[in-house]
Design a protein around this ligand. Structure first.
Ligand SMILES: CC(C)(COP(=O)(O)OP(=O)(O)OC[C@H]1O[C@@H](n2cnc3c(N)ncnc32)[C@H](O)[C@@H]1OP(=O)(O)O)[C@@H](O)C(=O)NCCC(=O)NCCS
Length: 183
């Protein structure tokens, strides 16, 4: 199996929508496809990092990182939010999601991004170094229920940030709606 991870191109749009729909289903899928399109058209989300995983040239996975801001009195920070991440159900649990996240984090670190946030499964993201964000002083754009606090996570791509900086995280306008912040 030869999986390749590369930056998404405009011509991948349809294949990404198909993967997202197959992954999230016909109820949630279209909303997430819409979010991806809205983020692509949203200047506050830029720079966007959109990656696809391909298997024999077929798109089987996708991850998107959009720009975020941290409202802090300390130094200016560069931040991103990871969402959404999808691997086609037929190809899950083969390391493809891991490849997409790891390559995204590598490229973001290279680009000088300081912090990456995700609202996701607390059993999945810690393997990449993500840890609970709320207890580290980073408030989500919308309140996360206490029982799901572990789902709001942060990863520092450079040393000396966690513990030194705190603040409320603001997402791109396209994602700035409560419906995207339920876990
Ligand atoms: C979550 C997801 C992106 C992981 O991608 P993947 O290619 O299947 O994952 P990998 O092969 O890199 O890693 C497999 C591991 O992820 C775990 N995993 C898969 N889905 C998970 C989930 N929903 N919650 C927690 N862990 C999950 C597997 O149990 C496996 O764990 P192990 O390595 O300890 O055995 C993929 O399963 C997916 O698209 N799921 C549905 C959509 C979704 O939940 N997206 C993420 C929203 S936060």
């Amino acid at each position: 199996m030869s999986v390749c991870v590369r930056k998404a191109e405009e011509s991948d749009r349809r294949a990404i929508a198909d993967v997202v729909t197959a992954t999230f289903g016909f109820t949630e899928g279209p909303e997430i496809v819409g979010l991806i399109a809205d983020l692509a058209a949203d200047s506050s989300a830029k720079p966007l990092l959109s990656l696809v995983a391909t298997l024999d040239d077929r798109v089987v996975g996708h991850v998107l990182f959009s720009r975020a801001r941290v409202e802090t009195e300390a130094r200016e920070l560069s931040a991103a939010i990871l969402a959404p991440l999808a691997v086609h159900p037929e190809f899950q649990s083969r390391g493809i999601g891991g490849r997409l996240v790891a390559e995204g984090l590598r490229l973001l670190a290279e680009a000088g991004v300081d912090l990456v946030f995700v609202l996701g499964h607390p059993a999945y993201y810690p393997r990449f170094g993500f840890a609970e964000a709320g207890v580290r002083g980073f408030e989500a754009p919308y309140p996360i229920a206490a029982k799901n606090a572990g789902a709001w996570m942060v990863l520092a791509l450079h040393p000396g940030i966690l513990g030194a900086v705190q603040g409320r995280v603001r997402c791109a306008n396209a994602m700035d709606e409560p419906r995207y912040w339920r876990e």
